[in-house]
Write a protein that binds this ligand. Structure first.
Ligand code: SIN
Ligand code: MN
Length: 208
């Protein structure tokens, strides 16, 4: 953990842990700069859901694997970007966050970079394309505030919502590893971190 990171006691959100303002503004800006390099090497794309609908979120990945989806083969991890070539490495500061909030976990194989522009959202889903559900999911929020919703492991169960703000880190592990979750909306223009507004979410996962 470096001096820009603050790991106070986390808040409980339906079994997940939220570390509010885990990254201070300088650490957030440094992370955005590192992500610009990732996007320069692995351009953003908007995949199709397995039902063939284009997702409103643009994405790319860093790490040994990238997350991908299309109508013909559905949700999965790929070793290569859809335009060819390996995914860039996960930035060191991202690995630092993972190791600090998920001590004892294996290092992540994938850092999914989700970019929410105005109007983008993400429907309720489980993260279940990975092999080992004993390993947590860690997510980092940057930019505009997002209304995040999390339920239990059954679709249609009771859910709880919270605004995730720039610099917040969320950990879904243990009983919350397979919780349904999604983003109902972005409060566009609530942060000045990203030029032009919007939100970036990083989702870190062990894949194999
Ligand atoms: C996701 O579950 O893939 C993204 C969650 C978020 O954007 O906070
Ligand atoms: Mn997810």
């Amino acid at each position: 953990m470096d001096r820009h990171e603050r790991a106070g006691s986390p808040l409980d959100l339906n079994g997940a842990q939220v570390y509010p303002e885990y990254l201070d503004p300088a650490a957030q800006a440094a992370l955005v700069a590192a992500l610009r390099d990732v996007v320069a090497q692995a351009p953003l794309f908007s995949p199709e859901t397995r039902r063939g609908k284009k997702m409103s979120v643009a994405m790319t990945s860093a790490g040994r694997y990238g997350w991908y989806s299309d109508r013909s083969r559905g949700y999965r991890y790929e070793r290569q970007h859809p335009e060819g070539g390996a995914w860039p490495p996960i930035p060191d500061q991202v690995l630092g966050i993972w190791r600090a909030v998920a001590p004892g976990a294996r290092d992540p194989d994938c850092c999914l970079v989700n970019v929410y522009r105005e109007g983008a959202k993400m429907g309720l889903h489980q993260d279940r394309d990975e092999a080992d559900f004993t390993q947590p999911v860690v997510s980092v929020s940057l930019g505009d505030e997002a209304l995040f919703r999390i339920g239990g492991t059954e679709r249609g169960g009771r859910t709880q919502s919270a605004w995730l703000r720039s610099g917040d880190v969320l950990v879904m592990g243990g009983d919350a590893r397979l919780a349904y979750h999604g983003v109902d909306r972005i409060k566009f223009g609530t942060s000045t971190l990203l030029k032009g507004g919007g939100r970036i979410n990083l989702t870190l996962r062990v894949v194999d």
